[in-house]
Ligand binder design. Structure first.
Ligand SMILES: C[S@@+](CC[C@H](N)C(=O)[O-])C[C@H]1O[C@@H](n2cnc3c(N)ncnc32)[C@H](O)[C@@H]1O
Length: 345
């Protein structure tokens, strides 16, 4: 499996919650425009432990209930079988006491598979999850992240895989959506200046280059083998707005043929909350620990799966030390692409 979050996900990912909050206005717009029905199914794809989205789903369910008080609502939380699905079930259950007492369900499957019956979903939502590739597009021999690698040949392979995966995700979702249903994706992306999570255009250090430097250090010291070094790859990809929209602008693509259409899109920047706090309180130890933990939450699996837990732990000890040594040179700023879609036929 390409990805697994560390446990305690939502406690370590304040930035991801801010990214969800930044998309709430469009989520409310999506549910406002749903046809009147006696029931609606809503899905959160790649929800992790669900903690970052509790308030978001409060707002969405309340809004839809206010619009359609007679409709029964079902909220499905989706993530991989390896996810902390017990925590996800508990966070989904927080919605049950609210009128109209929604049904909550858990889908412990990949979003690269169908999650519900065709034509059943009114509103699909996904935040900061669909950048993970379904499988490796082949070697990345001299870096841990393709976008920071400067490896043109690998970039071509990763881009092709990312586009194939994205089209497959949209095809699956277009089948699950009912006609008139909406899909809102909130994805880590590249902006028009080529910035992405971990690379803010040089204001602070490129986080992916830092992770790679530490990984290379461990190889040079003999703590990991050259093969383990080469296999330590973060298997995700941050697409550009044009790449996100491409399957919806191509009348021959499977999602387009299934009736999925682009309604609106935008790119949103969310500043690093850990860095903001450090600017205010100057608490370097808390900053280094908090920022390290949030980077570890999404990257640890890539190192541990290649060289084991001890090597991964060494990466994050060194990362925390690097942040503590030069705090003003660190910030993890998010670049997220919001894409609102509708199934029209
Ligand atoms: C960074 S977390 C985001 C969690 C939450 N949506 C948020 O925004 O805070 C990414 C989640 O995507 C999940 N994920 C990655 N690949 C997946 C797949 N193929 N199917 C379902 N979930 C997946 C991971 O397990 C992880 O929980």
């Amino acid at each position: 499996m390409a990805i697994a979050m560390t446990t305690g996900y939502s406690a370590q990912t304040e930035g991801a919650r801010l990214c969800i909050d930044a998309a709430s206005d469009w989520a409310l717009t999506c549910v406002e425009q749903l046809n009147d029905q006696n029931h609606h199914v809503l899905v959160d794809y790649g929800a992790a432990d669900g903690g970052t989205a509790v308030e978001h789903w409060n707002r969405v369910l309340d809004h839809l209930h206010a619009q359609q008080p007679g409709a029964h609502l079902t909220l499905i939380g989706n993530d991989l079988p390896s996810n902390d699905n017990v925590a996800l079930a508990a966070n989904l259950a927080l919605q049950i006491p609210r009128p109209p007492k929604p049904t909550v369900l858990l889908s412990a499957r990949s979003f690269y598979e169908p999650t519900t019956a065709p034509g059943t979903v009114s509103f699909g939502f996904s935040a900061t999850a669909m950048h993970w590739l379904s499988q490796s597009p082949g070697p990345l021999p001299r870096h841990t992240h393709v976008l920071a690698s400067g490896d043109a040949e690998a970039l071509e392979r990763f881009t092709a895989k990312a586009m194939q995966d994205w089209t497959a995700i949209l095809e699956l979702r277009s089948r699950e959506l009912q006609v008139g249903g909406r899909l809102l994706t909130v994805n880590l992306s590249r902006d028009e200046e080529g910035r992405y999570l971990g690379h803010n255009g040089g204001k602070t250090r490129n986080v992916h280059d830092q992770l790679h430097q530490i990984w290379r250090e461990l190889a040079d010291e003999g703590a990991i083998s050259e093969e383990q070094y080469r296999n330590g790859t973060v298997l995700n990809f941050y697409k550009s707005p044009e790449e996100f929209m491409a399957p919806l602008k191509d009348p021959t693509s499977a999602p387009y043929r299934n009736g999925l259409r682009l309604v609106d899109e935008r790119t949103v920047h969310v500043s690093c909350p850990y860095r903001k706090r450090w600017n205010d309180d100057g608490n370097t130890a808390a900053f280094a620990a908090g920022l390290m933990a949030t980077i570890r939450s999404w990257s640890r699996h890539s190192f541990a799966s290649s060289a084991g837990d001890a090597a991964a732990d060494a990466v994050f000890q060194r990362l925390e030390q690097r942040i503590a040594d030069a705090p003003s040179e660190w910030s993890l700023d998010y670049v997220e692409h919001h894409q609102m879609m509708e199934r029209v036929a």
